[in-house]
Write a protein that binds this ligand. Structure first.
Ligand code: NAD
Length: 456
C-alpha cells in the first residue's frame, strides 16, 4: 500500500497490507487478552487511557505533522484535532466509572435486583480518515474503559496515524493483546467482518455502512454506524448580524476542507435576506487561503483523495446545468496535489446532485426559501439526518423549527460542533446507534440483570 502526500503527490511510505492470516492472528491474541483486561480494575484501565491522552499532548507536534502529511489538513487543524481528542478522552475518564459501576435498582420482598455492565468482548472499529483522532477516541476509548479488546482498522488514508495511536496506547499501558491495529483498505476491513467479533463500530460512508450491516447481520451482535450527511442550515430573516452569520456558516462549510461528516452542505436562506447573505457568504469564502498545509496562513490544504476532484467537478457541472450560479470558486487549483477552490453555488434547487448527495468537499449550495414552513420541508427532504442548524435571534422560533427536522443533532446559532457530553447519532441514511455521552459509554456494554434472593 502506498501512502501518498496529497499536497505534493509524493510517496511518504510503502507499507504491507495485513493478510487475512495476519488479521486472524491479531484476533486470537485479543481473545486471550480481553479476558484479563475485563478483570483489570476499571481505575487501572482509566489510568492507562489518561496516560495515552498525556502522551498525545506531549507529542502533539510530531503527530500533527504525520496527520497533515498523509491527509492534507492544515497543521494547525491537525494540532487542534489532537487537543480536541484529549478533551473528549477527559469526558470518558471522568464519567465512565459512575455509569459502568453496578446499580442496585429494586428490592422485591427478599430479592435484591441489580444491574451490572459486562463488556461486549472484542469489538471491531473500522474508521474514517477525516478526523482519525476525534472520531477514533469516541469509539476505542470508551470500549477499552468498559473492558473490551479492540481490533482497530484505521482508514487506509490515515494508516500512519493509526499506527501512532497503537504505539501510544501501548506505551500508556494498554496491553498489546488488548488493542491491535489492522493495516489496509476495504479488503482488510472485510477480514474483520468475517471474524466472530462481539460488536462492530463503523465510521464511514453510507454505502460501506449498509454493506457492513448486511454482512454481519447474522452474527446478532451490536452494530453502530456513523455515516455521512448532507447537513442543512437555515438562515432566518431576523438574524442579528448577517455578516457574523455568514462568517459562521463559511467556517461550518469549509473547516477541514468540507470533509467533516457534519459539515454544512445545504444552505437555505429566507427570501428577504437572500441576496445580501449570498454576497456576504461569498466575501467570507474569498478570505480563505488555499495552499501548503504546513504554512500557518493556510485555511485549506488539499483534499485527502485526488479522485474527489472529479466528483466535485461533476456536482458543479450538474448544478450549473440546472440553473445554479457559481458565485465564487468552482475549479481545481494547480496540477500538483488535490487542491480545490472553496466554492459557493447560489440559486440551488433540489433537482441538483449537490443538494442530494453528500459532497464531502469544499462545494456548497445556497437556496432561497419563502418561509419557515418551506425551510422545514426542504431540510427534511433528504436521505440523511445527521445535523441541522437554524440561525435566528428568536431562540424559540429556532427550537420550534428544529423540533420538526429529523436529525440526530440540532444546532441553534452554531454548527459543525461535536460534544462528548451529547449523543452523536445519525438518523435515516446517517446511521444507527450512538457514540458519545452516556449512550456512547453504554454502547460498549451488555447490561445484565441480577436477581439475588436473600437467605433468611
Ligand atoms: P469509507 O466508507 O470509504 O471507508 C470507511 C472505512 O471503511 C475505511 O477504513 C475503509 O477502509 C473501510 N472499508 C471500505 N470498504 C469496506 C468494506 N467493503 N468492508 C469493510 N471495510 C471497508 O468512508 P471514508 O471515505 O473513509 O469516510 C468518509 C465518510 O465517513 C463520509 O461519508 C463521512 O460523512 C463519514 N463520516 C461520518 C462520521 C460520523 O460521525 N457520522 C464521522 C466521520 C466520517
Amino acid at each position: 500500500m502506498q501512502i501518498i502526500n496529497p499536497a505534493t503527490d509524493k510517496l511518504i511510505k510503502s507499507i504491507d497490507e495485513d493478510t487475512e492470516k495476519v488479521v486472524q492472528t491479531k484476533y486470537q491474541l485479543l481473545r486471550e487478552g480481553q479476558l484479563k483486561w475485563k478483570d483489570t480494575d476499571i481505575f487501572d484501565r482509566i489510568a492507562a487511557v489518561k496516560k495515552f491522552s498525556e502522551l498525545l499532548r506531549e507529542n502533539v507536534d510530531s503527530l500533527a505533522e504525520i496527520l497533515t502529511a498523509e491527509m492534507g489538513k492544515p497543521l494547525s487543524q491537525s494540532r487542534d484535532e489532537i487537543k480536541g481528542a484529549c478533551k473528549k478522552i477527559k469526558f470518558f475518564t471522568l464519567e465512565s466509572e459512575r455509569y459502568l459501576s453496578g446499580k442496585n435498582v429494586n428490592v422485591d420482598g427478599n430479592t435484591h435486583e441489580r444491574i451490572v455492565y459486562d463488556p461486549l468482548g472484542i469489538i471491531g472499529n473500522i474508521s474514517a480518515w477525516n478526523f482519525p483522532y476525534l472520531v477514533g477516541v469516541g469509539v476505542f476509548i470508551p470500549a477499552l474503559i468498559a473492558g473490551n479488546a479492540v481490533l482497530y482498522k484505521p482508514s487506509e488514508h490515515t494508516t500512519l496515524t493509526g499506527l501512532e495511536i497503537e504505539k501510544y496506547l501501548t506505551l500508556a499501558g494498554v496491553p498489546n493483546d488488548v488493542f491491535q491495529t489492522v493495516v489496509g483498505g476495504a479488503n482488510a476491513g472485510r477480514y474483520l467482518l468475517d471474524l466472530p467479533l462481539d460488536g462492530y463500530f463503523f465510521t464511514g460512508s453510507n454505502k460501506t455502512g449498509r454493506y457492513i450491516a448486511q454482512r454481519v447481520a447474522d452474527k446478532l451482535v451490536p452494530v453502530v454506524l456513523e455515516l455521512g450527511g448532507v447537513d442543512p442550515v437555515y438562515i432566518c430573516d431576523d438574524v442579528k448580524s448577517l455578516k457574523e452569520t455568514a462568517a459562521a456558516v463559511s467556517e461550518g462549510c469549509f473547516y477541514n476542507n468540507g470533509q467533516s461528516c457534519c459539515a454544512t452542505e445545504r444552505i437555505y436562506v429566507h427570501k428577504d435576506i437572500y441576496h445580501d447573505f449570498v454576497d456576504l457568504l461569498a466575501d467570507e469564502t474569498n478570505k480563505l487561503v488555499v495552499g501548503d498545509p504546513l504554512e500557518s496562513k493556510t485555511n485549506q490544504g488539499p483534499l485527502a483523495r485526488k479522485i474527489q476532484k472529479g466528483f466535485l467537478n461533476d456536482q458543479i457541472a450538474d448544478a450549473r446545468g440546472k440553473g445554479g450560479r457559481v458565485v465564487t470558486g468552482g475549479n481545481p487549483v494547480g496540477e500538483v496535489g488535490a487542491f480545490f477552490e472553496p466554492t459557493i453555488i447560489a440559486d440551488a434547487n433540489h433537482d441538483m446532485k449537490v443538494m442530494k448527495e453528500e459532497t464531502f468537499g469544499p462545494v456548497k449550495a445556497v437556496m432561497k426559501v419563502q418561509d419557515d414552513e418551506q425551510a422545514i420541508a426542504l431540510m427534511n427532504d433528504s436521505d440523511f439526518g445527521l445535523t441541522a442548524s437554524v440561525f435566528s435571534s428568536d431562540h424559540n422560533r429556532a427550537k420550534l423549527i428544529l423540533d420538526r427536522v429529523d436529525s440526530g443533532t440540532s444546532y441553534i446559532n452554531c454548527l459543525d460542533r461535536v460534544s462528548a457530553y451529547l449523543p452523536w447519532s445519525g438518523r435515516k441514511g446517517s446511521g444507527i446507534g450512538s457514540t458519545h455521552s452516556f449512550h456512547g459509554i453504554y454502547a460498549f456494554c451488555k447490561p445484565r440483570g441480577i436477581h439475588e434472593r436473600m437467605l433468611n
